[in-house]
Write a protein that binds this ligand. Structure first.
Ligand code: G
Ligand code: G
Ligand code: MN
Ligand code: NA
Length: 250
């Protein structure tokens, strides 16, 4: 298709970019890391969402090429940040079914010179479920090298609490569907409260996604949620703007 060809060309021409969104410690609003988010604007097609082109690359079998370019760029950008800040990078479900993913990821960040202990990989429950043995093996290898693993979009899809016990995660990212309703509906508040309590007990860190205003931020702080992310703290911006943002903090 036209879209597929345009994407293939954009990867070759190095036109798929990566933006960064801050993740903060909700106790003092300090930045603790950034999530890398793929961005592509085609000359003819205009802006194309990663929600469209990531699945396309998976389906057509070139997610590895795309993801490699994105991780390399993200790791190179992260080298310029203060060393205590982590880089969080999304892995797609196809990558979690491919046993060579762990070696690939470690070799890409190794070449870039990024300490694996500064890398976090975001994976979804759906991705884990497809082939749980392969996913577990990939995650075990990455964690042995110091990479942390977070469970993305938690609370949506087919959440199984048993997976939180049996699978080795370091962090849970609460889906923004809960956060966006937390100021208006008590049931979302109770759900987030329960997730925070459960994660405390399981020694998992918690990030609330999609915080858009101060009332959501205050509510999440009051619920004891450790970390937050969302437009209220910062929209995803390119590597240069990320450095400017950091200059205002350090
Ligand atoms: O940034 P935005 O909300 O448009 O992202 C849409 C979706 O695309 C999200 O689910 C996000 O996780 C995913 N996404 C963004 N960048 C990447 C990437 O580099 N790799 C993968 N696998 N998914 C990404
Ligand atoms: O699936 P994942 O959680 O990786 O997707 C993150 C997506 O959420 C990104 O596309 C990012 O652009 C988007 N996002 C980040 N913060 C906010 C926010 O505060 N509000 C909304 N609506 N979207 C957000
Ligand atoms: Mn994510
Ligand atoms: Na998410």
């Amino acid at each position: 298709t036209q879209l597929e060809q345009a994407l293939r060309n954009a990867i070759i021409a190095d036109e798929v970019d990566v933006h960064f969104q801050p993740i903060v410690n909700l106790k003092d609003d300090s930045v603790v890391g950034f999530e890398a988010l793929a961005r592509w604007c085609d000359a003819d097609l205009g802006y194309v969402s990663p929600a469209v082109f990531v699945p396309l690359a998976e389906e057509r079998g070139f997610i590895d090429t795309l993801s490699e370019a994105l991780l390399r760029k993200a790791a190179e950008a992260a080298l310029a940040w203060p060393k205590e800040l982590f880089l969080s990078f999304n892995l797609s479900s196809a990558q979690l079914m491919d046993p060579s993913t762990s070696a690939n990821v470690l070799s890409i960040i190794g070449r870039a010179g990024l300490d694996p202990r500064r890398l976090e990989l975001e994976i979804t429950e759906t991705a884990v479920m497809t082939d749980e043995d392969v996913a577990q093996k990939i995650v075990t290898e990455l964690r042995a090298a110091g990479v942390r693993i977070s469970l993305d979009d938690f609370g949506t899809g087919q959440s199984s609490l048993g997976r939180l016990r049996d699978f080795s995660f370091d962090k849970v990212k609460v889906d923004r569907a809960f956060v966006s309703r937390i100021s208006h509906d008590r049931s979302s508040e109770h759900i987030v409260k329960a997730i925070v309590a459960m994660c405390d007990g399981l020694d998992l860190e918690v990030v609330a996604e999609g915080i858009e205003d101060v009332s959501e931020a205050l509510k999440l702080k009051a619920l004891g949620c450790g970390m937050g992310q969302g437009y209220f703290y910062g929209k995803p911006v390119d590597a240069v703007a990320t450095m400017r943002y950091l200059a205002t903090k350090y």
